[in-house]
Design a protein around this ligand. Structure first.
Ligand code: BV8
Length: 256
């Protein structure tokens, strides 16, 4: 577990920051009850690998299975509440008005905790779209307003009849241009990047700390274990974000 001295060192780096950026992954939502990507899936999904389900090929092959997996995850997120890590990150916005949170997560727990202008690299689980984007990219569909034919799963697009799908970025799909452009600019301009709860395995998100580092930024990582980002970190805070981030904000405030 992280010692107090490292927390103080990290707070000292934050205190000198002019442009703070935050990059989060599934680990920041773990303490809210949302499983990470590399956790063994719960129950029914134990026999599936998330990376095999989160692809256009899987949806093509088994649209109902993939739709049901996302409905299962939507229910988990509906029941989830922001944890102290989300809340402390939102609180940081008071000290860094230009703070941008860049997340790989598809839940809205950062927004629920009070973070603004969150950059969602991989889309948003709460939104659905026509899988053919028949009215333009994205053709968002409000599934709640569809007269659902109970045995038609996934539901069909009311415009063109194609299957409706979650508005998330699957593996082998390109990220929304505005999201990756914003995130890359934020990574280039920041002088400190706080990296929280990511294995650092999924690209291009995982390249953002490297971009920041190359521009001279300090990297502070929060994760109970080491990750692909750890070699880049100036300070590694070992522990769950729900515990560590509040400690970091408390140390920052103690000498504010
Ligand atoms: C693309 C939405 C161009 C869906 C997701 C370059 C190099 C290598 C590979 C590639 C590359 N470029 C492209 C690729 C291929 C691929 C890729 O990166 N593959 C990897 C696996 C090798 N990337 C893509 O396909 C991307 N598209 O590049 O387009 C293109 C287009 C066509 C053809 C070629 C190229 C699209 C990637 C987006 C995939 N969609 N999510 C959904 O959610 O269902 S990614 C998915 O993984 C989630 O968003 C998740 O957030 C993300 C990353 O995982 P993490 O967030 O890090 O979560 P993970 O479980 O891995 O780790 C959790 C961490 O938390 C752990 O470290 C753990 O220790 C820690 N933790 C646990 N508890 C806590 C904690 N931390 C803090 N507190 C705790 N309590």
């Amino acid at each position: 577990m992280t010692d107090e001295n490292l927390i103080q060192q990290a707070a000292a780096i934050l205190r000198l920051a002019h442009h703070l950026a935050v990059l989060t992954g599934a680990g920041v939502s773990k303490e809210s009850g949302v499983p990470t990507f590399r956790d063994a899936q719960e129950g029914l999904w134990a026999k599936y690998n998330a990376e095999e389900l989160a692809t256009p090929m899987a949806f093509e092959r088994s649209p109902k299975l993939v739709w049901d997996w996302y409905e299962y995850r939507r229910e988990l997120v509906r029941q989830a509440k922001p944890n102290p890590g989300h809340v402390a990150l939102a609180h940081l916005g008071q000290y860094f008005p230009a703070l941008r949170v860049i997340t790989q997560n598809v839940d809205d727990l950062h927004e629920q905790a009070g973070s603004h202008n969150v950059i969602h690299l991989h889309g948003n689980l709460a939104r659905s779209k026509c899988s053919a984007n028949c009215q333009g990219d994205p053709t968002l569909i409000d599934v709640a307003r569809l007269t659902l034919d109970s045995d038609e799963v996934p539901p069909r697009c009311p415009h063109c009849g194609a299957y409706v799908r979650p508005d998330v970025v699957w593996f082998h799909e390109i990220l929304p241009a505005d999201a990756i452009q914003d995130a890359t600019l934020v990574a280039r301009l920041c002088d400190v990047m706080l990296v929280v709860g990511t294995s650092g395995l999924v690209h291009p998100a995982a390249s953002l700390p490297q971009i920041a580092k190359q521009r001279g930024a300090k990297i502070i990582e929060v994760n109970p274990v080491d990750s692909a980002i750890t070699p880049l970190a100036d300070i590694k805070l070992d522990g769950p974000s729900g515990l560590i981030i509040p400690q970091l904000v408390e140390a920052l405030e103690a000498n504010a």
